[in-house]
Design a protein around this ligand. Structure first.
Ligand SMILES: [Zn+2]
Length: 441
């Protein structure tokens, strides 16, 4: 390929023949058609499609895996990366995060989300579940970045009827806006923030809205012990039971954190088909004092997936790091090294996440959308290659990803992302201006 043709690969969907990659222990080629679908995967694809592909990507023995799925983020919080760390949760929010958030503009959300998408592309994530503000600007950033997202407006009514009206209208407006984009990579969801910020009336409205719109629900659940004790004091039941009363627990619901669930609540989540998003790095950094009860959730048949949470409490969006941390935290907390083995951690980061968000991705198979990433084997973390899954979860990081493809479009090739420096400059400038505004206020 000449230099001119090389750049064309980024411009739009092209048919691709990806040769010589390894998936589930087999050396295969992958043929992706112009519609962005995996049209064939197997040993003979280069013979089945001779001369058909617009581009040939030489996989050079790389590991091919489905694009990773980040099921809980506040993407634009990338602008707050490193702004405040090592604080008590309540102080951190009240003294640092909320004062900064009060000055956020749509432009900030655009640049913060562009930066988040850039980081996700670089570290192999092709879909994410986002909850924040100015979500039409987040949608613009996702649209331009080329990855997938489920976007929800963070619905917070604080038991105030007037505020609730605003939040309902904002939720409806986002759903309409996303529909007007008619982009198959972007979906809207209802985003009731949590039981301590949303009234039962607000929760019920969100549940009804999601049922009517056939869209997802994205909520925080039982992150802290205080949330549980307050809920029992106020409603006479534990958080999951309270959410169930309000109709929030559905097969389209993603509940983030789930640290303080008891065994009965885990069974309820399993019965209702809820997806539980494990956020181990954020939980450890903010010291929630309890790990998600993964053994109870998996025994109950709950779909458990992974998320990074916002960049202010992580401080990156590397899902490889998240998968490793999940496996380590579960083993350590339950004092049992057999809990959450590598294949389960990798499934949480891929297939389970795709299922949680209702995208037909998360697997490399003919007929599936081509959301896939290539991880080089010519690196220390993949040498030797006794067990690819073990290396991916325990040895590699997102930095080992060299090529990222979403819906058949090449977003990063051999570590090159077109326009990367512009996004870095734009986001850094937005972050500097945001801090300046908050300090002069
Ligand atoms: Zn969160």
């Amino acid at each position: 390929m000449g230099e001119h043709e090389m750049h064309e690969i980024f411009e739009k969907n092209r048919s691709l023949l990806i040769t010589n990659v390894v998936t589930e222990g087999h050396a295969v080629d992958i043929f992706v058609d112009e519609q962005g679908t995996i049209a064939g995967i197997g040993k003979n694809e280069r013979k089945n499609h001779p001369g058909e592909a617009d581009f040939i990507i030489d996989g050079d023995g790389a590991l091919a895996l489905p694009g990773l799925v980040n099921t809980h983020t506040h993407a634009a919080m990338t602008l707050m990366r490193g702004y405040a760390d090592d604080m008590i949760l309540q102080d951190w929010l009240a003294q640092k995060i909320w004062p900064l958030e009060a000055h956020l503009t749509g432009n900030d959300i655009y640049w913060g989300t562009r930066l988040a998408c850039l980081e996700m592309i670089r570290t192999g994530t092709t879909a994410f579940n986002d909850m924040y503000f100015f979500m039409d600007e987040a949608a613009r950033a996702v649209d331009e970045s080329g990855i997938r997202a489920v976007l929800s407006y963070g619905f917070i009514d604080l038991n105030n009827a007037e505020k609730r009206e605003n939040e309902c209208r904002a939720t409806e407006k986002l759903a309409l806006h996303v529909r007007s984009l008619s982009n198959p990579r972007i979906k809207a969801a209802a985003g009731p923030h949590a039981i301590y910020t949303v009234s039962p009336e607000g929760l019920k409205w969100c549940a009804e809205f999601a049922r009517e719109q056939k869209c997802g629900i994205h909520i925080h659940l039982s992150e802290t012990e205080k949330e549980v004790t307050d809920c029992i004091a106020q409603y006479g039941k534990r958080p999951a039971a309270h959410l169930d009363t309000c109709g929030i627990l559905t097969p389209r619901t993603v509940a983030a954190h789930c640290c303080w669930l008891d065994e009965t609540e885990c069974k309820l989540l399993g019965k209702r088909g809820v997806s539980a998003s494990h956020n181990p790095v954020s939980n450890m950094k903010l010291a929630t004092n309890r790990a998600m009860p993964y053994p109870w959730l998996s025994a109950a048949g709950t779909n458990v997936c992974l998320g990074t949470d916002g960049c202010a409490s992580n401080n990156n969006l590397d899902m490889f790091e998240e998968a490793k941390t999940a496996a380590l935290l579960q083993k350590f907390f339950w004092n049992n090294p057999t809990i959450l083995p590598a294949p389960e951690a990798l499934a949480m980061a891929t297939a389970n996440g795709a299922k949680a968000l209702g995208f037909p991705t998360g697997r490399l198979a003919a007929g599936a959308p081509a959301d896939l990433v290539l991880v080089s084997t010519r690196t220390a973390c993949n040498t030797p290659l006794h067990n690819a899954t073990s290396n991916l979860v325990y040895a590699c990081s997102g930095g080992s990803v060299e090529t990222t493809i979403c819906n058949g479009r090449v977003l990063m090739l051999n570590c090159e992302i077109p326009g990367e420096q512009d996004v870095l400059n734009g986001a850094a400038a937005a972050a500097r201006a945001l801090v300046k505004r908050s300090q002069s206020a």
